[in-house]
Design a protein around this ligand. Structure first.
Ligand SMILES: Cc1cc2nc3c(=O)[nH]c(=O)nc-3n(C[C@H](O)[C@H](O)[C@H](O)COP(=O)(O)O)c2cc1C
Length: 439
């Protein structure tokens, strides 16, 4: 059978382009207007996307947050509302393993699993953000990566243990003997780890018709790969180029197999930024028009900050002065990574600073510009050559960008690579993951 392509829509209320909000007559609806967000979800369902994916970070008034509205509604609460207005669409909420307690996350995602009747997903992120510590009134504690993932492993073990703690069979509802729940049939959690403790039984079943929520994990580093390939059903990643996507794909599938898993049951989905036009030139022009709505000075300042060099030394119309990296040495791991990554792309393309900042607006994901046929060709080629199982799709501007992307979906359907209607109501089953319904 030809390999089917999995597509989630990343749920940006205005679109992925940082200037997308300027296309709206009333941009104030983008943070917390429920009707706009329901409409977006319903359109994603009409397009037959597997799921909508809600990234989430604690609110921070950084300069970029001040310049682009982000969805503000709590993801799990918003998805509960969307669940009641859709039927088939998977609903992926993000919850951090730092600064949360696994019991609370277990309850929240299990609730979404029931409210959506089997369509919940949890995106496990290990990020830590100073703003979140401040919001919670806690001293900022930077945790090294190994500890972050050791904590995340305990976190996930507790969440899944809670999901299994009250099996449906334990709700005996025996009216005669006055027993509602039979404690002998429960699996109380009794977890005493290095980082978390939790005991007891969740007050709802964690599974809907035997199926637990679909677990995603978003990360990049080797330790994150080992974690994701062990625990998650699906991975969201962002590699600098297609070759590294391919290497990532092979590596995580191999780790999954080493953990005794069927590699087919680990779905790998990098980010994709797709701009559809009648021609490739038209699609690129569309991006350039939105790029021009951004203030260059601001973008240059951001670039300089992210590379740890002074902004006033950058001329938008000239190449990046690479010698600045030596003039301003750093031992910051992330800045060093960016200097290699962004600096490398800039050198390879001979970009001016202005071209580089515009290029960076789609950073972290494969960007495709072209006709529906061209984009479908590339997606199929990548699917067939071990780059990914599909993509987390970003469209530039809602709703027009998604309407255009529907033509890509039609193309994939015509070639037998994407569903023509939802196969199931369950997210897990639509994703081809093992389900209680199969046994
Ligand atoms: C594709 C992708 C999406 C992510 N989405 C989120 C998110 O929505 N919220 C968040 O707090 N962190 C998010 N992260 C951050 C990760 O949880 C993690 O902190 C980061 O990738 C650095 O750690 P790592 O190198 O071990 O992956 C995301 C990371 C990636 C790669």
């Amino acid at each position: 059978m030809t390999k089917q392509i999995r597509l989630n829509l990343i749920f940006h209320t205005s679109g992925r382009h940082d200037a997308s909000w300027k296309a709206f007559d009333d941009p104030t609806v983008l943070i917390d207007d429920i009707d706009h967000q329901i409409e977006l979800a319903q359109r994603a369902e009409a397009a037959l996307f597997d799921a909508i994916f809600l990234p989430d970070t604690p609110e921070v008034l950084t300069p970029s947050f001040l310049r682009k509205p982000r969805r503000g509604l709590d993801p799990a609460v918003l998805l509960a509302a969307i669940a009641r207005e859709t039927k088939h669409l998977g609903l992926i909420s993000t919850a951090m393993t730092q600064l949360n307690h696994p019991y609370l996350v277990a309850r929240s995602i299990a609730s979404l699993q029931h409210i959506s009747k089997g369509r919940a997903g949890w995106n496990i992120v290990t990020s830590q953000d100073d703003a979140a510590f401040h919001a919670l009134g806690l001293p900022v504690e930077q945790v090294d990566r190994d500890t972050r993932y050791a904590r995340a492993a305990e976190f996930v073990e507790i969440v899944t243990a809670h999901w299994d703690s009250l099996p449906h069979e334990a709700i005996v509802a025996d009216k005669e003997n006055d027993v509602y729940i039979d404690p002998a049939l429960t699996h109380p959690v009794d977890y005493d780890g290095e980082h978390y403790r939790s005991s007891g039984v969740l007050q709802l079943t964690g599974r809907y018709r035997g199926d637990r929520p679909v677990m995603f994990q978003a990360g990049i580093s080797p330790v994150s790969r080992a974690f994701g390939a062990k625990y998650a059903d699906a991975l969201f990643t962002s590699q600098p180029d297609v070759d590294r996507d391919r290497a990532f794909y092979a590596e995580v599938k191999e780790i999954a197999a080493r953990n005794g898993r069927d590699p087919e049951h680990l779905v790998v989905l990098p980010g994709l930024y797709a701009v559809v036009g009648d021609t490739e030139t038209e699609a690129r022009k569309r991006k350039a028009e939105f790029d021009d709505l951004m203030e260059t000075r601001f973008l240059v300042r951001n670039l300089a900050n992210s590379l740890g060099i002074p902004a006033d030394k950058l001329d938008p119309n000239r190449e990046l002065p690479y010698a600045l990296f030596e003039d301003h040495p750093t031992d910051d791991e992330v800045i060093t990574y960016r200097r290699n990554d962004i600096g490398g792309v800039s050198r390879a393309n001979g970009f001016t600073v202005k071209q580089l900042v515009h290029h960076n607006l789609t950073r972290g994901q494969r960007a495709l510009f072209g006709t529906p046929e061209q984009i479908a060709d590339t997606i199929i080629e990548w699917r067939d050559t071990g780059v990914s199982d599909g993509f987390n799709v970003n469209v530039d501007v809602q709703f027009d960008g998604m309407d255009r992307f529907r033509d890509v979906i039609t193309e994939l359907q015509n070639r037998g690579r994407f569903r023509k209607e939802y196969e199931h109501d369950s997210f897990r089953r639509n994703y081809g993951l093992p389900s209680a319904a199969d046994s």
